[in-house]
Write a protein that binds this ligand. Structure first.
Ligand code: 8YV
Length: 325
């Protein structure tokens, strides 16, 4: 039965309030079992749909987008990152692409500090000791970690999330260094030291936080050569995209003690993460939880819907239209 409303295919099971609004405003096909569509399955499922609401992890490659039915006019991703959508291929088909900026900035910055502190203060080792009944008592030298307050934090990628990380780190009196394509105005820089050359920033980073998107230029950016430029015993934090880190190099540096610790929320090829991370005591690892609060996931869903509604219900440009670079 057709409702006369535009048709939207949801590739994932989204939060209840988001699905309720999706179902109220569109003729929506939900995915209550959260079955993952591969490319061919997505192409098949999208027949007759006007829009697709997808998420990171859905591989909307050039080939998949080229094969989408002509009914599809918009792909709205439930994420700020959109490296999983071939935007140029979508543009060639005249398909609009939108993302969800702003609404996950705070949650992601919060989890960056969790990773930074968890790594520096050996939270994983402490929790494991306790949970394994291995704590025989306090000792003066037990689980001594890296002091955070007053240290230098280098941020690669000073966009919305990088700036929110810097704001939080200032509460720890950290000295902020950053590298970004463009220098921020003084009001946003707030005294942070700008490094036009990201490599030149590395010797100043007791802590390095990756907050840059995944692009061909950032792929495996944290490699053996760059790790060698960091101070001995530095801590690396990544809450952006796993592909920005060369896992082999990071794991080797964690094993050798060249780096004191790493705090990671994202992984290349997730959820099949590099086996070398398992059992590494100085790796504080989370399963891509940066935006995982009820408030944030609802806000992401509503933001994706704002875009679908503007485009499909009101024939307006989606407010968060992703532009081809
Ligand atoms: C999301 C993210 O949860 O929005 C992003 O880019 O990395 C995550 O926080 C995920 O991508 C959902 O699609």
């Amino acid at each position: 039965m057709t409702t006369g409303k535009p048709r939207v295919l949801a590739t994932r099971h989204f939060p209840a309030d988001v699905e309720a609004r999706l179902a109220a405003n569109f003729d929506a096909l939900l995915n209550p079992d959260d079955r993952i569509y591969d490319g061919p399955a997505l192409v098949k499922a999208a027949a007759g749909f006007d829009g697709i609401m997808c998420a990171a992890g859905d591989a909307l490659t050039a080939a998949t987008i080229a094969a989408l039915p002509s009914s599809v006019r918009i792909i709205a991703t439930f994420s700020v990152g959109y490296e999983h959508v071939d935007v140029a291929a979508a543009a060639r088909r005249g398909i609009a692409v939108s993302n969800t900026p702003d609404v996950l900035t705070d949650a992601t910055a919060d989890i960056t500090l969790l990773c930074l502190l968890g790594a520096a203060r050996r939270a994983y080792e402490g929790m494991t000791m306790l949970q394994n009944h291995g704590w025989t008592g306090w000792t003066p030298t037990q689980l001594m970690g890296v002091h955070v307050t007053g240290k230098r934090l280098g941020i690669l990628g000073m966009g919305r999330i990088g700036q929110a990380v810097a704001d939080r780190a200032r509460a720890f009196r950290m000295q902020i260094h950053y590298s970004n394509r463009t220098r921020l105005p003084a009001a946003l820089e707030k005294g942070a030291v700008f490094h036009p050359d990201a490599d030149a920033m590395l010797p100043h980073c007791d802590f390095l936080s990756i907050n840059a998107p995944m692009t061909p230029a950032t792929r495996k950016w944290v490699n053996a050569e760059r790790i060698a430029r960091l101070p001995q015993g530095a801590v690396v934090v990544n809450t952006a995209r796993g592909g920005v880190v060369d896992d082999e190099a990071l794991i080797a540096a964690l094993k050798s003690g060249r780096l004191a610790a790493a705090g990671l929320d994202v992984f290349d090829g997730e959820p099949r993460i590099h086996a070398g991370y398992y059992g590494l005591p100085n790796a504080f690892l989370l399963p891509h939880m940066g935006s995982a609060t009820v408030e944030t996931r609802n806000a992401m869903g509503f933001r994706a819907l704002d875009n679908l509604e503007a485009f499909l219900l009101r024939s307006e440009s989606p407010p968060d239209l992703v532009k081809t670079s």
